[in-house]
Write a protein that binds this ligand. Structure first.
Ligand code: AMP
Length: 543
């Protein structure tokens, strides 16, 4: 017997319709690349998104065609999120931090028909425009007064605000198939070419429902959300959609991601929750400490994309009374997979136990199932000790990569994440390493994430990165690369002593190298492959 309930497709445009009707006056605040602060509300967003949808049809963008964006977090980017996907085209967010060669590859691979860009990225657009054949137009996301003087784009250059002004807001969002594609995001491709993950309206909506929940990203109509995580990196972890679903105020930082600008925005706009990778928060914390500041409104910060060091959790929670929500995910997971929110019996944990728990990436949100397997594919127990390859499946996990030129990534219906993890009896997952970063010493694994976490607790350490360095006897041994805090005279021997009693003896790195900085990739993660190329022979040379 069939159920007798309405069948309504799960569509991205319905999020916008909801926000307009139920939270129309709620604010969206953006720091613009033009330099000023822009304010409007969901009602304006919806109206301008409909104008832009009409503009897209005047540019003859057919359903399913890709529309590229090269843009910071801001209201115009938000308009495109809904105008493009809502009208049946596919929003393709390009990562401007990628090398121009990779951008050319991605634009051609995706066959983007038009590309919208923030003024900051004009030089990048100029450098790729002659090398790509698919885009018919490049649209500067600005008004007529700020239009760039460039001859290299010729008649292919259009003005965003002209398109808005020249079109009416009478667009009717089409009733699409909920399984049709809504957006496209390429993985960062540290090995080989980037691969496209093609989200559907359905996967996006289900991800939005689940990610907004109290035990996930915990967003509500009372929140003011600051997504520092870029809208060009896995849809800013879904926050633009979550904000529409919940009616939260949105605060977009634009291009100003330094500690001072973020702090100013957080205080002036009374942000309650922010989200970003650890490297961004380092700048914020350093600034707030340098001015002896405090957070008057921020209650939570969501940290993911890379392991959140315990020292950072402590700085937020102990010094600033801001709760840290450690989360794990990936492009292929839309991205949210696990969030470290406590279960009832964990709320009374002692301080040390609480920080140990928060170092874990957390438990599955409903909609994602996970397991760890050994090299033979056999499932390993959830005992907090066994470490294996982490596999997932669920409503918003990629089934295959865009373009048809890749074999299915799935293994027996599960997506192999490329992460090595443990899962404890409460279902809390902890990443040991990316499988390619794991250190294999004498046939046993050492977790670089654990080593980094301990080193980061030392008060004079700003950044700690642990890599596998080749070793004549043990195959590989951990090598620690440290960026010291300004003014520190820390010696290697002192830092190594700090490990005594904190990790097993054979996990202790054999050497520490002090460096000025570590290379950071396009999505804010440390580029360990570069460091391995540079320092991986250290013990061979030393021996
Ligand atoms: P991306 O697809 O660029 O978002 O990268 C996904 C990868 O980032 C994951 O497979 C993990 O290796 C890593 N990652 C994401 N979140 C975390 C986290 N909280 N802790 C450790 N690694 C993480």
């Amino acid at each position: 017997m069939q159920g007798m309930m309405m069948e309504q497709p799960l569509l991205v445009a319905s999020l916008l319709k909801h926000a307009e009707r139920h939270h129309g006056a709620r604010e969206i605040v953006s720091r613009r690349v033009e330099g000023d602060i822009h304010r409007y509300c969901y009602r304006d967003l919806a109206q301008r998104a409909r104008r832009m949808a009409n503009a897209l049809s005047s540019l003859v963008i057919a359903p399913g065609e890709r529309v590229g964006t090269l843009a910071w977090n801001g209201y115009r980017h938000m308009e495109l999120y809904f105008a493009v996907s809502g009208s049946g085209a596919v929003l393709h967010t390009l990562n401007p931090r990628l090398h121009a060669d990779q951008l050319v590859y991605i634009i051609e691979h995706a066959q983007d028909r038009v590309i919208f860009f923030d003024l900051t990225f004009l030089p990048l657009i100029e450098s790729v425009a002659a090398r790509v054949t698919s885009p018919r137009f490049f649209i500067a996301m600005t008004d007529r007064a700020h239009m760039p003087r460039t001859h290299s784009l010729g008649s292919r250059l259009l003005c965003y605000e002209d398109l808005i002004d020249n079109h009416k807001d009478d667009f009717e969002w089409p009733l699409l198939d909920e399984n049709s594609a809504s957006s496209l995001c390429y993985t960062s491709g540290t090995t080989g070419n980037p691969k496209g993950v093609l989200y559907s309206h359905r996967s996006t909506l289900l991800h939005t429902y689940a990610a907004a929940l109290p035990d996930a990203l915990n967003c509500s109509a009372r929140d003011a959300i600051l997504p520092v995580v870029p809208m060009f990196h896995v849809n800013a972890w879904g926050l633009p959609y979550i904000a529409c679903m919940t009616g939260a105020k949105l605060v977009f930082p634009g291009a100003a991601l330094d500690g001072k600008s973020l702090y100013q925005l957080i205080e002036e706009e009374q942000v309650t929750v922010s989200a970003g990778v650890p490297t961004v928060w380092q700048g914020l914390l350093a600034h707030v400490e340098s001015v002896a500041g405090s957070f008057s409104s921020m209650r939570r910060t969501i940290i993911g994309g890379a392991p959140c060091p315990t020292a950072m959790t402590q700085a937020f929670q102990k010094r600033h009374h801001v709760d840290v929500l450690h989360a794990w995910g990936m492009t292929e997971l839309s991205p949210v997979g696990t969030v470290c929110s406590f279960k009832a019996h964990q709320t009374g944990l002692a301080e040390d136990e609480r920080y140990a728990l928060q170092a874990k990436q957390g438990r599955s949100v409903f909609g994602i199932d996970m397991k760890i397997v050994d090299a033979a594919g056999e499932e390993l127990p959830w005992d907090g000790n066994a470490a294996g390859d982490l596999q997932v499946r669920g409503h918003w996990v990629a089934n295959e990569y865009f373009g048809g030129d890749y074999a299915s990534p799935l293994q027996d219906g599960w997506f192999p994440t490329g992460d090595v993890a443990k899962i404890d009896a409460d279902g809390f997952m902890q990443i040991v390493d990316r499988s390619k970063d794991v250190i294999k010493s004498g046939g046993e694994w050492i977790s670089s994430a654990d080593i980094e976490n301990v080193a980061s607790l030392h008060p004079e350490v700003a950044t700690a990165v642990c890599i596998a360095a080749r070793h004549p006897k043990w195959d590989e041994r951990p090598l620690l690369l440290i960026v010291k805090k300004p003014g520190s005279a820390l010696e290697a021997a002192d830092l190594l002593m700090f490990f005594d009693g904190r990790v097993a003896k054979w996990w202790k790195p054999d050497a520490v190298l002090f460096v000025d900085a570590v290379p950071i990739g396009a999505t804010g993660k440390v580029l360990k492959n570069q460091l391995r190329d540079q320092y991986g022979g250290h013990y061979l040379q030393a021996g």
